[in-house]
Design a protein around this ligand. Structure first.
Ligand code: SAM
Length: 240
C-alpha cells in the first residue's frame, strides 16, 4: 500500500543519483566529499548533469524503456511502476543490459522507480520538466464504478499538463476501444492539450516503438488485436 512507497516531499529533494549514477554532477560529488558527513549535508541529494525528460507511466516489464534507451541516448528516461516485483524485474533487466553494454555505456540513460503515478507525480517532477509521457496499455478498469481508477482523467491530465513542458507530448495506446475513446475524450476536453494529427502521429518514430516494443503491444500482436494510438500536445499556457 501507499505508506510503503518512498517519494520525495518535492522534486528538488529527490535523489536521482542511484538511478543514473553516470550522470552525477561533478561539483555535486565534490561538495559531499569535502563537506564531511554531517547530517544536513548528507541530506542534500546529489545533483545530476541533466533532468529526467521522458516518463513511462505504468511501465510494466520495461519493453518500452529498453527500446527507447538507444533511440534517445542523450535523454534520461524513467519508468514508473506500482508493483514491487515488476519494478524489481525491470531494475534487474536494466542492470544486466548495462553490464552487457559496459563498453559502449548503453542503457545508462534509463531507469525505473516504484511509484503510484496517480498520487505522487508532482513529487518527482518539476513543472514543465518532461518532454514526453508514455501511457501504454493502461489497465482498462472496464466497469463504470472502476473508471475513477483509470490513469487518464480530468484531474490526472492536469498533473500530466503540469509536469509536461509546452510542446511536450502525451502518448497513449490501448487495445480497448472504449478506453481509447475515454482517453481521447478526456485529453481533448482538457484546455492544456490538443490532439496531434494522424499524419504527424505516424511520422513520430516513438509511435512504432510503442506499438511493437511494449510487452502488451506484443501480446496484442500475437492475439491479432487492434491497437489504438492517440497523441496529445501540451499547449502553451494562455497569458491570463
Ligand atoms: N506499459 C506496459 C506495457 O505496455 O507492456 C504495461 C501495461 S500493464 C497492462 C499496466 C501497468 O501499469 C501494470 O504493470 C500496473 O502495475 C501498472 N500500474 C497500474 N496503476 C499504476 C499506478 N497508479 N502507478 C504506477 N503504475 C501503475
Amino acid at each position: 500500500s501507499d505508506h510503503q512507497l518512498v517519494y520525495p516531499p518535492q522534486p528538488d529533494q529527490m535523489d536521482w543519483s542511484t538511478l543514473y549514477p553516470d550522470y552525477i554532477a561533478k561539483d555535486s560529488q565534490e561538495i559531499r566529499a569535502e563537506g564531511g558527513s554531517s547530517d544536513s549535508e548528507a541530506a542534500i541529494p546529489k545533483r545530476l548533469t541533466q533532468d529526467v525528460e521522458v516518463a513511462d507511466i505504468g511501465c510494466g516489464f520495461g519493453g518500452l524503456l529498453v527500446a527507447l534507451a538507444p533511440v534517445m541516448p542523450q535523454t534520461l528516461v524513467l519508468g514508473l511502476e506500482i508493483r514491487v516485483s515488476v519494478t524489481q524485474f525491470v531494475e534487474d533487466r536494466i542492470k544486466v543490459l548495462r553490464h552487457q553494454n559496459a563498453e559502449t555505456g548503453g542503457y545508462r540513460n534509463v531507469s525505473v522507480l516504484r511509484a503510484n503515478t496517480m498520487k505522487f507525480l508532482p513529487n518527482f517532477f518539476r513543472k514543465s520538466q518532461l518532454s514526453k509521457i508514455f501511457i501504454c496499455f493502461p489497465d482498462p478498469h472496464f466497469k463504470a464504478r472502476k473508471h475513477k481508477q483509470r490513469i487518464v482523467s480530468t484531474t490526472l491530465n492536469s498533473e500530466y499538463a503540469y509536469v509536461l513542458k509546452p510542446g511536450g507530448i502525451a502518448y497513449t495506446i490501448t487495445d480497448v476501444p472504449d478506453l481509447h475513446e475515454w482517453m481521447v475524450q478526456h485529453f481533448e476536453a482538457h484546455p492544456a492539450f490538443e490532439r496531434i494529427s494522424e499524419e504527424e502521429q505516424d511520422a513520430d518514430p516513438c509511435v512504432e516503438i510503442m506499438r511493437t516494443a511494449t510487452e502488451e503491444g506484443k501480446k496484442v500482436e500475437r492475439n491479432k488485436g487492434q491497437k489504438h494510438v492517440a497523441l496529445f500536445r501540451r499547449l502553451e499556457d494562455p497569458d491570463w
